[in-house]
Design a protein around this ligand. Sequence first.
Ligand code: WTA
Length: 681
Amino acid sequence: MWLPCGCTSKYVASSFARRILASHLHVSGRSRCNVAAFMPEAAGFEGVSGRAALRELSVSNSESFWAAVARHRLSWSIPFHTVQDCDLSRGKIKWFEGGKLNVSVNCLDRHVHTCPERVALIWERDERGSEMKYTYRELLEMTCRVGNLLRRHGVKRGDCVTIYMPTCPLAVASMLACARIGAAHNVVFAGFSADALAERIRDAQSSTVITVNQGVRGGKVIELKKTVDTAVESCPTVKQVFVAMRTDNPVTMTARDIAMEEVREQKEMLKEDVVCEPAVMNSEDVLFLLYTSGSTGKPKGLVHTQAGYLLYAALTHRYVFSYHDGDVFGCVADIGWITGHSYVVYGPLANGATTVLFESTPIYPDPGRYWDMVERLKINQFYGAPTAIRLLLKYGDQWVNKYDRSTLKTLGSVGEPINTEAWEWYHRVVGDGRCPVVDTWWQTETGGICIAPRPSDPDAEIVPGMAMRPFFGIKPVLIDTEVSGELLTSNNTSGALCMAQPWPGMARTIHNNHQRFIETYFQPYPGYFFTGDGAYRSEEGYYQITGRLDDVINVSGHRIGTAEIEDVVCPAVAESAVIGYTHSIKGQGVYAFVVLKKGIDVKEADLSRQLNGMVSEKIAKYASPDFIQFAQRLPKTRSGKIMRRVLRKVVESDLEGLGDLSTLDDPSHKCIKYLQSCFCF
Ligand code: WTA
């Protein structure tokens, strides 16, 4: 029996809070403030004096905090008995065990119960001015139809369904339908190539894929179904491909394909009932896999589970952006990335928000697209990437000023560091100097935002370009990268950014490879979760992210492992080394050094074109190198390791800063001088 959130949770929250207050908290004597008015989930922590004290408590007494919040925020069919069972040294993370719930019920049914006609989705289609709205009732019906369709075609609890679709309502309904019937989803960004898609389908062992005939982006048609056809040729597990229609153009259907919606006589989805019994899921059952790049060639399928992930996405969505009931939330990320999962789909829908699905690009049909959309859809919170802000500021203020942006209250930034110029422009021009800009730091692994200027007092200071303050329950630490394991306790210092405490939103494992999960995140600094990023902590204790410490680069906010690009095999190439370099729009660009096999006679320009094509085909267009430099040899250590540090300095034209070269296998440094002399910039 599923109860609307109001009934169970309020009661449980208050009785639970009394218990905690009696047992754990000794806050008497402090000045009283109405924390509940700011955060109703924390109503039980009555004696806590203000938001800063509440944050402190969320770390020092994290179990009580998360228990109260989980009971208040989520609708449970059976309450949990254990708040957490975590051991970071072993990569063991479990939250809310014993609890049972359904994520789609939390995102849909409970809102349909209270406000069925509230708009859940506004689909900002590629074609400007043709947006479509879907109420919570309609989205629930669509989700139930897809859920029934999947069930009727044999998809069971525990299966993994791959979704290769553009950002559109049916993609959201497909994700929620998986959640409804207890299947995991594996959304693959629709810009990935057939090879990259196939690799993810194989690793996830999906037997079902959902796609569309064609995508439309920036006025261009993208042949998604054809890409799926190519991909599944090398995926023996795939038994069925559901095909929805985004355009009117027919596609060739094979015996494996099932037309999904309203297509001629088939009308598969319309046959289905609008009621679909939700599966009762355990808190720690898998909700989704999402592949992301690491520093080795093979992408990792990070696993997120039901209750903890949803809770964390919902809470951060509410407090980082100051979302209030009735607001229109506009996150322009694609659903193929974690930002799309947490802040287009799960966080906003769990909070009953109206969420925007943005299908287009920032400059289609012109550079006013975002702000025209803000005016038309009356967006209250806008969440985007620095790369787009940097691009738009180059087109000038007139594209922003043309449109009414008075509905905007908060501006968010995510995916890469935001430089001061872009931050200032975003704040001054887009936000008319009145909207706080929240630079949010997080990762696919963290499930939701971990460091951001808010929540804090509305007038607390925000420093441009700084992510600033840890979220509730987050305990960041900096560790010395030289003397491994040494905790840096002072301020005004830089180090490896780690988390000293688990939180409900963190990834649980890497699909089929728990050992890699442990080695990547928990072994570098035992007892801590290592983020792979470096950070600086200011004199005031604020955090600023300084960039990756591993061989992952960040192109327009998209993570890519340098090894993934190097692994693209070309018969003419003996070896290659890829590094990131500073790019004025993309944040980082891809610079490849390539050594040809002996005796290869080919024009460098032709081979460059060929290599670029191969990387686009094997991975995605954004991974394609901006510069390819041909070299006779690469700088290596005497044990044969490529010295990327040296290559980075060559690209930065900083030969002074080459540092210790005693391990270089070429004592006269001829190779470095040669590389420098043919440098492509
Ligand atoms: C980087 C995206 C600086 C960082 C949500 C991280 C950032 C990686 C910021 C995760 C930020 C993300 N400032 N760097 N505000 N946000 N990053 O998994 O290097 O696609 O580790 O998740 O992006 O990328 P992912």
